[in-house]
Design a protein around this ligand. Sequence first.
Ligand code: NAP
Length: 256
Amino acid sequence: MGGRLAGKTAIVTGAGSGIGRATAVRFAQEGASVIAAGLSEGLEDTAELCRATGATAIAVVADVSRAGSGEAILEAATRIPSCPNVLVNNVGIAGTTAVYDTTDDEFDRIVETNLKSILRISRPFLRLCRSQKMAASIVNISSVQGMLGFPNNASYAATKAGVIGLSRQMAHDCAAFDVRVNVVAPGIIETPRTEARLRDNAEFRKYSVQSTPLRRAGHADEVAAACLFLASDEASFITGQVLAVDGGASATVFRV
Ligand code: NAP
């Protein structure tokens, strides 16, 4: 099978919906074998959509906020004959509180899911890359909220800034064995997580359009396209970078 990821095997976390599903399917269309990991029932549908492109794909149920989930995903990935050499750490959950209302429990839960999960799965993935002397690419999903302040999302913003810092460190630590690590930072994207608010909440819809120079919310496919580029050999000299997919939101302070 040809394509921009021909011969590659990709793990995508949070692949049961939204950006994760779009990324898994796009990777399959570009010739990758896919391990779709996550929590939801939607995972099997994602794997089916990947297989419909002719790719090999499996669904692996794993809660990335739990210790041992990285090893479990890597173990399940051995059901595919080729070794994983692309990893997209996409799982992320949002908070709803300003910093003065944020409890320790909420902060810990979001850190475990959005940030520590990346360490949990990248660690065994990187050990595998080293032992197999295998070049690889990791794409970690942050957010414009990792770079800019927004109301009522203190824990989320802290973890998404942490994703950027951790990724730069990973890029340093892993370059010696030919593993690139980059970040995609989406703006407001229409996915199952945001679609109800974009549809029903006029204030949120107005804000998301007004805060975005391109004057619309993004689509999951547009984030998947950025992940594809960074995962592919076309980005072979790019590591430690943050690619915003946000319609220009992080490039301006202009708000009408
Ligand atoms: P989404 O539609 O909610 O999808 C997230 C997926 O992750 C779901 O399939 C969910 O499974 C899975 N998941 C949640 N917790 C998990 C866990 N502990 N272990 C394994 N899987 C888990 O979200 P999305 O909008 O596509 O967002 C994807 C990423 O982009 C996130 O990191 C998010 O922070 C980031 N992002 C999104 C936006 C946006 O506007 N949508 C903007 C900036 C950044 P279930 O469905 O079963 O819960």
